[in-house]
Design a protein. Structure first.
Length: 186
C-alpha cells in the first residue's frame, strides 16, 4: 500500500472512529435538546480539528519546514472535515425540528454558506477538478477556508480555548503569507 493511501486511510479511520465513538457512546441526557446540543458540539469540534490541520499545513512548511505529511494529505483532512460537518448539519436539522426554536435569517445565510463551502471544497478535492477549474480552484478553496475560519472564530469568540486556537492558526497563515511575499520580492 502506498504511503499516501495509508495516510488517507488513517485520516478517515481516526475521523470516523472519533465521530462514532463520541456519538454512539454519548452520555445520557435528560432532554432531547441536550442530546442534540451535545451532538452539535462534538461534530463541530471534530470538524474544527481536521479543518485546522488542513488550514495550517502549508504555513507549517513555509515557516518551520515541518508538516509535509499534512500538506500531502490536506485533501483528505478537508474531506474528513466536510464529512464531519455534514453530520453537524444533520444535528442542526434534528435540533431545530425537535426544539421548534426560531433560526435567525443571518444564521441561515452565513452558517448555510459555510456548509456550502465545505461541500463544494470536498467535491472538488480531486485532480480532475484541479485541472478543470485552473486558477479558480485555488481561489475557491482559499475563500472557502478563510470563510469557515471566520465562522469558527466568530462562534468561538467568547470561548477562550477556541478563539485562542483559531487566532493562532490565522496568525500562522498570515505569517507564512508575509514570509512568502518577502522571499518573492527581488
Ligand atoms: C445554518 C447553519 C448552522 C446552524 C443553524 C448551526 C447551529 C449550531 C448550534 C445550535 C450549535 C450548538 C450551540 C450550543 O449548544 O452551544 C452549534 C455549535 C457550533 N457550530 Fe454550528 N451551526 C451552523 C453552521 C455552522 C458552521 C458552518 C460552522 C463552522 C464553519 C459551525 C461551527 C460550530 C461551532 C464551532 C459550534 C460550537 C461547538 C462547541 O461548543 O465547541 N456551525 N451550531
Amino acid at each position: 500500500m502506498s504511503a499516501r493511501r495509508s495516510g488517507r486511510e488513517l485520516i478517515f479511520l481516526v475521523g470516523i472512529a472519533s465521530l462514532l465513538g463520541c456519538l454512539v457512546f454519548a452520555p445520557t441526557f435528560e432532554t432531547v435538546k441536550e442530546g442534540y446540543g451535545y451532538g452539535l458540539r462534538v461534530t463541530a469540534r471534530i470538524t474544527f480539528v481536521f479543518f485546522l490541520l488542513a488550514y495550517i499545513a502549508r504555513p507549517m512548511v513555509v515557516l518551520f519546514r515541518k508538516g509535509q505529511w499534512l500538506v500531502r494529505h490536506r485533501r483528505y483532512l478537508g474531506v474528513m472535515a466536510a464529512l464531519s460537518h455534514t453530520v453537524h448539519f444533520g444535528y442542526v436539522l434534528l435540533y431545530f425540528a425537535a426544539t421548534g426554536e426560531a433560526l435567525e435569517v443571518t444564521t441561515i445565510i452565513f452558517g448555510g454558506l459555510g456548509f456550502v463551502f465545505f461541500w463544494i471544497m470536498a467535491l472538488t478535492s480531486n485532480d480532475a477538478s484541479v485541472r478543470a477549474l485552473g486558477m479558480w480552484w485555488k481561489r475557491l478553496h482559499r475563500t472557502g477556508m478563510h470563510y469557515n475560519w471566520l465562522i469558527f472564530a466568530q462562534t468561538y469568540l467568547f470561548t477562550p480555548w477556541g478563539i485562542a486556537v483559531a487566532l493562532a492558526a490565522g496568525g500562522l497563515r498570515l505569517a507564512a503569507r508575509i514570509k512568502q511575499r518577502r522571499t518573492r520580492r527581488p
